[in-house]
Design a protein around this ligand. Structure first.
Ligand code: AMP
Length: 384
């Protein structure tokens, strides 16, 4: 693999693939972590005398031009953070040092499953630059034109963010210091089944919360009321629980749950035992006893990876479980990794600083797929 430092950059135009897919509410960026994480590579390229054309995406416009998914607010924030004019989507002027292209996913070819269509788009993009630098870690698990096809057409290298992300993920997969614990939450078990199955063979401890935990509780034959559940996965979850027993992996599931009659921040929360959930209410957070037990388990580990909130943290009444787990992670004496855009936004919205953790990954799906042992197209394309 060519390193960024080995590329001839002076006077060259670089196509830089970044992950600038930030949460935006009413036109305002609510967490600019991914933009800030892209700065070191951008600054290095500029210092090396290159000009930059940045390609990125926002949300899932599915090939349509959707004004609410324009990268305009990102161009503005990038300009503020960089202290440099950011030419946005206009013709790439030879004088502009930094240009940000409009959302690449406004073009259906970017995400197309048809290789020829993707290739054609990659060919077009390749005419914009002399060199390719891949730094959009959050998109490396996607076989998309700007992530997978384009690097093959130009001299290429990984940027500093991707290199740092891969370094951390290697620490989690190659000889992690033990005990090694993984904490998973979030909405869907189906998103995480692959990583659970794969990691079960490697970890000492697995703690599960969030909406996905109710499929686990259902697999144990418990009443889960109107909570989120993926019934078709109950047999798989049963197998996972059996396999964990065989391997001696500690499984932590919540013993108390905060339930409410409706999915709302204003619904009255009631604390119940996970053995006695009312049939007409839904679980929206792990209870304080569970949070305390999860925190103790986390702090006993030397390596911890966490992905997915423990409850509906967007509602202040149901954010406590996630906050307690985040605090415990920040107190781990070894390496603690917060995996993913959503989890990263959750800890920031709860008032934690990035420096409270060993590492905050910018890519949720990408880091989970890496931990699953999958080959990621965007890393393959960069020879990583
Ligand atoms: P994910 O994208 O899979 O990591 O899921 C994140 C989402 O899971 C967040 O928006 C949370 O609000 C949601 N979530 C967490 N716990 C629950 C729960 N008990 N019921 C419903 N949704 C939940």
């Amino acid at each position: 693999m060519s390193s960024l430092e080995s590329l001839e950059l002076s006077g060259k135009r670089v196509f830089l693939r970044c992950d600038l897919n930030v949460p935006i509410k009413d036109g305002t960026i609510t967490d600019d972590g991914r933009i800030r994480a892209s700065l070191p590579t951008i600054e290095y390229l500029l210092k090396s005398g290159a000009s930059i054309v940045i390609g990125a995406h926002l949300g899932r416009p599915k090939g349509e031009i959707k004004p609410e998914l324009s990268l305009a607010p990102v161009a503005h924030r990038l300009h503020e953070l960089l202290g440099e004019h950011v030419n946005f989507k206009e013709n790439i002027s030879p004088r502009a040092r930094v240009t940000l292209l409009e959302n690449l996913r406004f073009s259906a070819a970017e995400t197309s499953k048809d290789e020829t269509e993707r290739q054609k788009f990659a060919d077009e993009l390749s005419t914009l630059a002399d060199v390719y630098v891949g730094d959009g870690f959050g998109a490396v698990h996607r076989k998309h034109a700007s992530v997978f096809d384009l690097p093959a057409l130009l001299p290429h290298a990984a940027g500093f963010l991707i290199s740092a992300e891969v370094e951390v993920l290697k620490q989690l997969t190659q000889n992690p210091e033990r005990p090694y614990g993984v904490v998973l939450g979030g909405a869907k078990v189906s998103d995480k089944i692959g990583v659970i199955t794969h990691l079960l063979e490697k970890v000492n401890l697995l703690a599960i919360g969030g909406g996905m935990v109710f499929t686990f509780l259902a697999a144990q034959g418990k009443e889960i009321g109107t909570s989120l559940v993926e019934k078709d996965l109950i047999p798989t979850v049963k197998q996972i629980l059996l396999r964990a027993k065989e391997l001696g992996v500690q499984i932590h599931l919540p013993t108390d749950i905060l339930v409410a009659p409706t999915f709302s921040n204003h619904a009255t929360p009631t604390l119940v035992s996970s053995d006695a959930m009312p049939p007409d209410q839904m679980g929206l957070d792990i209870g304080p006893e569970s949070a305390k037990n999860f925190a103790l388990a986390i702090k006993s580990c030397k390596t911890v990876f966490w992905n997915g909130p423990m409850g509906v943290f967007e509602f202040s009444s149901f954010a406590q479980g996630t906050a307690v787990v985040a605090r415990a992670l920040s107190e781990v004496s070894g390496i603690s990794v917060v995996g993913g855009g959503d989890s990263a936004s959750a800890v920031r919205s709860l008032g934690f600083a990035d420096t409270d953790f060993g590492y905050i990954s910018t890519g949720g799906g990408a880091s989970l797929e890496y931990l699953e042992g999958k080959v990621l197209p965007g890393l393959l394309a960069l020879d990583l």
